[in-house]
Design a protein around this ligand. Structure first.
Ligand code: AMP
Ligand code: MN
Ligand code: MN
Length: 316
């Protein structure tokens, strides 16, 4: 694995012609916005570009320009390219089957502290609030024109990863870039309203999920649980973790989401505990204040395994 600079990333782009772009499964605003902005930048440089993601796309992000360019693994099949660029992912297993179908040297552009270094080239900046900040810097350094469509994608990428400029990862640079994106046509109210809109099913799920909230360690840990029988339709669970996170005295907020009878997806948010360390113990990763992993077993087993790691960290 070779660590590369911004300038070296631009050189890699210049000297190659065909690119495949991908990002992590469970796509979020940062991975999608970054992919679509980079897609437009590379296309504008005359490159041949394919975006492939190995997961279902959350429909709220349909507002993003170039959305229709995203292909599934089945649509793409096997593909050769000069370079596979992997965005916002910190380990090889985070891109699902994309690694198997694409034959190309690899470049990882990412901002996760937990990044393992799994590609031929890596540009990592753990101080960036979002991968979108890195894509913005790339476009700026290339002196390429920043279109309104790029601005919408990059604003979505950055705003969603820093809680719309509220989380601890919001730096002066994050806001300066945000301001530039507004100057280039991103409309924060339009983007925020589109992303805040939820389906009736999602609201019904929210009501049920909140009733599962349980507290541990004298209220320093709050856990909400979503079992697979609660998920019937197109519900989004993305915002659920924000509720336990708000509660006074809660340091670690957890959502346990059942995938199937033997696997549970874990999302964590914290005020002081470094939850990326917790996630790493289960083969996951993320950031100090927001991390995730999967745990094998039933919901009860996953909760016990997780509590065994978190309780000592909140002084229990
Ligand atoms: P989430 O709770 O899914 O919103 O994820 C919070 C953060 O942790 C994001 O930055 C994710 O990229 C990261 N993350 C979530 N799940 C995993 C995982 N299984 N492996 C590595 N990183 C993860
Ligand atoms: Mn992400
Ligand atoms: Mn990100």
């Amino acid at each position: 694995m070779k660590t590369v600079t911004e300038a070296e990333v631009l050189a890699l782009i210049k000297e190659n012609r065909s690119f495949v772009l991908t990002a992590h499964v469970s796509p979020d605003g940062d991975s999608l916005g970054s992919l679509l902005a980079l897609y437009e930048f590379l296309t504008s440089q005359g490159k041949q570009v394919t975006i492939v993601l190995d997961d279902i796309l959350p429909p709220v992000y349909r507002i993003l320009p170039h959305w229709e360019a995203i292909r599934s693994v089945d649509e793409v099949g096997r593909i050769n390219a000069d370079l596979l660029i992997i965005l916002d992912a910190s380990t090889a297993d985070r891109i699902g089957r994309v690694g198997e179908i694409v034959h190309a040297p690899t470049l990882n552009i990412d901002h996760h502290v937990s990044n393992r270094g799994f590609t031929d080239h890596r540009w990592l900046d753990a101080d960036a609030a979002a991968t979108g900040e890195l894509i913005y810097r790339l476009i700026e350094k290339a002196k390429a024109s920043l279109t309104k469509e790029m601005a919408i994608n990059l604003y979505t990428a950055i705003a969603t990863d820093c809680g719309f400029f509220r989380y601890a990862n919001t730096k002066p640079a994050t806001m300066r870039i945000g301001a530039e994106l507004l100057a280039h046509g991103a409309e924060p109210n339009v983007i925020a309203e589109a992303l805040e809109t939820v389906s009736m099913n999602t609201m019904r799920l929210t009501v049920r999920a909140l009733q599962t909230m349980a507290f541990f360690a004298e209220g320093k840990i709050a856990i909400i649980t979503v079992t697979k029988d609660m998920l019937a339709n197109d519900e989004s669970t993305d915002e659920l973790i924000t509720y336990p996170r708000k509660i006074e005295g809660v340091d670690v907020a957890v959502m346990l989401k059942q995938r199937d009878d033997s696997s549970v997806k874990v999302s964590m948010r914290s005020r002081t505990v470094d939850v990326s360390q917790v996630a790493l113990q289960f083969g996951g990763g993320g950031h100090a204040r927001a991390a995730g992993c999967s745990i094998e077993g039933s919901i009860e087993e996953a909760r016990e395994k997780l509590l065994a790691v978190i309780l000592p960290k909140v002084g229990e």
